[in-house]
Design a protein around this ligand. Structure first.
Ligand code: ZN
Length: 431
């Protein structure tokens, strides 16, 4: 490759075998150099503000591809690859991304697309989708010089699947970037008998969710709606309410489920928006989803697949995920939880019907990972389609949001008053 970035003698970090400690150092933004990583020593003037990524580009072909990120200052980088689907992940300290809009949506050479964003406090990430097995030849950052900004450079080369798998097996497993325990300010309030409701705004950080043609991101729409819903529920004084995220941070799907289970939540409401591509036609209105092994229809299946991709999008390795345990108690609890979830979903449809547009088949089911807590009744609300002009207008309307959040709060009230009145037999795993 002959791009100008190639003419420097880089500080190179090998993609394999980086010690965990260094990884922690990278993400912790510590100024210590430890003799390993001089890039972390920064002049005092810039330590107050985050490094800024100003531009990025791809060069090369389907045998060798180079990714370059322009930066306001030198930073550290750790690169590793993931399989199924093939991805290359660049972990860097937290960076302020000021890249041109839509950058990363189209690829070149071995890179099909890339995305970037916060993946944990203090840590940003760039995830490159590669269509086939690749080898990370180099990943390094060079200082600003000759009027050029500091640059992060990643060199990829095509390889075969066998070599690819061998390399990632040899590579020490990257420490799983645990998303931070969301909302640490929500301690268990012992002695407070009010039911705990978890509001789960979908996506966040590096995972934008769906996107309207006008550029609005699902992650922002659902955070705003979720916050409004939380405030309304809290105001009633009848519930304790916590959110899985309160800012633009990524939270893995499993962590959302764990969050609700650890707090012994009585209800989880996951908030999302849907979108159809132009070729898929047009659809509108809100839908309520519950968990099912088999999708109720192809649209529900498509949506669950899309929503379940969050961890893949954020560059998580799913190969080590435990298989679900077969346990009779879990099974019993799950069955009861499903009944409650469905009961709440139906109530929701009834309450929303009067105030907001519903999809023509508003009640659906599919295998959403975020709904899999065996002991927390959970529903996923798709507020509407950002691909539909009218829906998008409503999603952006304060009046609509307020009406819809009121309807959901109303459904929550109905759900708990029926539930506390003693319908259904509790199998005793909880409460
Ligand atoms: Zn979503």
């Amino acid at each position: 490759m002959t791009s100008p970035e190639g003419s420097y003698s880089p500080m190179s970090i090998r993609a394999t075998g980086l010690p965990t400690m260094l990884y922690a150092l990278l993400l912790g933004l510590t100024a210590g150099t430890g003799g390993v990583c001089p890039a972390l020593a920064q002049p005092a003037a810039v330590t107050d503000s985050l490094p800024v990524a100003t531009d990025a580009r791809l060069g090369g072909d389907d045998q060798q591809t180079r990714f370059v990120l322009d930066l306001s200052q030198k930073i550290a980088v750790r690169a590793f690859a993931l399989a199924d689907p093939y991805r290359v992940v660049l972990d860097i300290p937290q960076v302020s991304f000021k890249l041109p809009a839509k950058l990363g949506e189209t690829g070149r050479g071995l890179v099909k697309a890339f995305r970037y964003g916060l993946v944990m406090q203090g840590g940003s990430r760039i995830v490159l989708d590669v269509g086939k097995p690749v080898r990370i030849d180099k990943a390094f950052v060079i200082d600003a010089a000759d009027g050029q900004p500091a640059r992060l450079v990643l060199d990829l080369a095509a390889t075969d699947r066998e070599s690819f798998l061998r390399t990632i097996a040899l590579d020490r497993k990257p420490p799983r970037a645990e998303s931070p325990r969301p909302d640490p300010t929500a301690p268990k309030q012992a002695g407070d008998p009010r039911p705990l409701i978890v509001i789960d705004p979908g996506h966040g950080g590096i995972d934008n969710g769906t996107q309207a043609a006008s550029g609005e991101l699902e992650k922002a729409i659902v955070l705003e709606f979720g916050t409004m819903l939380r405030d309304k529920l809290e105001k009633s004084g009848k519930y304790r309410v916590v959110m899985t995220r309160t800012d633009d941070t990524f939270v893995a799907l499993g962590d959302r489920v764990r969050f609700a289970r650890e707090r012994q939540a009585a209800l989880l409401i996951s908030i999302h928006c849907d979108a159809l591509r132009k070729v898929e036609g047009d659809a509108q209105g809100a839908s309520i989803y519950t968990l099912a092994d088999t999708a109720s229809d192809s649209e529900a299946g498509r949506l669950a697949d899309a929503e379940n991709k969050a961890d893949v999008i954020a560059g998580f390795d799913l190969s080590g995920e435990p298989n679900e345990v077969a346990d009779i108690l879990v099974d019993l609890a799950q069955r009861e939880t499903k009944t409650y979830s469905l009961q709440f979903a139906k109530t929701l449809v009834g309450e929303i019907k009067g105030v907001a547009r519903l999809h023509k088949h508003p009640l659906k089911a599919a295998g959403f990972k975020v709904l899999k807590a065996p002991d927390v009744p959970s529903v996923l609300v798709e507020l509407g389609y950002v691909s539909n002009a009218q829906d998008l207008k409503l999603l952006n309307s304060d009046a609509w949001r307020s009406r819809t959040a009121d309807a959901i709060a109303q459904a929550v009230g109905v759900f708990f008053s029926t539930r506390l009145a003693g319908t259904g037999g509790d199998v005793g795993l909880r409460r």
